[in-house]
Ligand binder design. Structure first.
Ligand SMILES: *Cc1c(COP(=O)(O)O)cnc(C)c1O
Length: 392
């Protein structure tokens, strides 16, 4: 007899645990490990956000349950953000919902939007959270292939017709994790057309919508005329404002889907702590100077690493956003053999590309979440390695 459900037993193993185990072993042996594996911002949450949390947490009324959909002040701040950033109008009552981070929102959305057996099109390579979210809701995942020949925009014609027929939902993520690919408005126009003609719900994960540079500004799916009939878009304070631990995000768009997700969630959670929602509202209504300053830091790190990689003969597309650099492993290596070489011979942790789907094979992801000096150290250590070695 087992007390554990098949659902949980059949979850894929946590990919990062083995690497973290190895990291502890190396550190115990005195190795100065540089961890570029986990994509969590290292910069602090801006002070005005923390101040607002502190003030609001002293107000007794804020210690009560939030309204299930999130407090009005937060939903209005999200609508205000969409107006300002994208010139998109949202009804904060029916088209905005607070979530406890977009990870929670996406996982619960699967339950609210699909039936067991339904197919979900998931980007490959893509954020590893999507697959298990589909699995936990009883869905089947079909890969939506992305590749670098066309800048990682969806290759709809490479998905077989049966998968498209059986699909109920399609996930997209731009600026993207792990590829750092960015989308143009046309990419979203095409995505909405694809969703409409195949009767799919388009779910766009915009976790890095504000982390952009080189003059690039990320569009919103909601800017496409008629998008609300076919799509929802998730946003998160985690990356833009360095608030990963705060657990606050939102989903906007299709009323029916927002209502269904709110109904589902109201049976599971009671939304986020009110002071956190108020602090997040202040962030969304702020001047974004902190976001710009942080983006400049990420860009500088990215440029440094990109230049170092070029000298080492490692190919990468120079990104216009996110906190990642996605690079090709040198000839003769697999994603895993190269990541292992970096770990064992240079004390550097990167994520092997195949952790993000089979089409990630041949690549590795670097998180730009350490100071520039540490990235210089990484380049110095990599110069000492024999990158021509064939380990196949
Ligand atoms: C970090 C990240 C998120 C954010 O998750 P939260 O739950 O809001 O912290 C969502 N999607 C992608 C692709 C991410 O990389």
């Amino acid at each position: 007899m087992s007390f554990v459900s098949d659902k949980v037993n059949n979850l894929p193993p946590y990919l990062f645990s083995e690497i973290q185990q190895k990291k502890r072993e190396l550190q115990a042996n005195g190795v100065d490990v540089v961890d570029l594996g986990i994509g969590a911002p290292d910069l602090p949450t801006p002070e005005f956000i923390i101040d607002r949390l502190t003030e609001e947490s002293k107000v007794a009324a804020n210690h009560r349950y939030s309204t299930y959909s999130g407090i009005k002040e937060f939903r209005e701040a999200v609508a205000h953000f969409y107006q300002r950033q994208y010139d998109v109008e949202l009804d904060p009552e029916t088209e905005v919902l607070a979530v406890i981070g977009s990870k929670e929102g996406i996982a619960n959305l699967m339950h609210a939007a699909i039936n067991p057996g339904d197919t979900v099109l998931v980007p490959d390579p893509g954020y590893p959270v999507y697959g298990p979210a589909v699995h936990l809701a009883g869905g089947k995942r079909a890969a939506l292939p992305l590749d670098d020949t066309n800048g990682y925009v969806p290759l709809y014609d490479q998905v077989d017709d049966d998968s498209i027929d059986q699909a109920k939902l399609i996930l997209l993520n731009y600026p993207g994790n792990p590829t750092a690919a960015t989308a143009s408005y046309e990419t979203f126009l095409e995505a909405i057309a694809f969703a409409e003609s195949n009767k799919l719900l388009l779910v766009h994960d915009a976790a890095y919508d504000m982390i952009t540079f080189n003059g690039y500004e990320s569009p919103s799916v909601m800017q496409v005329p008629g998008a609300k009939a076919h799509a929802v878009e998730f946003g998160s304070l985690s990356k833009s404002f360095n608030m990963t631990g705060w657990r606050i995000g939102y989903v906007v768009g299709n009323k029916e889907v927002i209502k269904a997700l709110a109904a589902f969630k109201s049976n599971i959670d009671s939304s986020q702590f009110i002071p956190i929602q108020k602090a997040a509202a202040a962030a969304l209504r702020s001047d974004f100077l902190d976001v710009e300053a942080h983006n400049a830091i990420y860009q500088k790190r990215m440029e440094k690493l990109y230049a170092g990689f070029r000298k080492l003969g490692i190919e990468a597309d120079k990104p216009n956003g996110t906190i990642f650099l996605w690079a090709k492993v040198p000839d003769g290596f697999t994603s895993v053999s190269f990541a292992n070489k970096l770990l064992h011979e240079a004390g550097v942790i990167v994520t092997p590309g195949n952790a993000f789907g089979s089409l990630g094979e041949g690549y590795f992801r670097v998180a730009l979440t350490v100071p520039a000096e540490r990235l210089e150290e990484v380049i110095e250590r990599m110069k000492q390695l024999d990158l021509k070695e064939v380990t196949r």
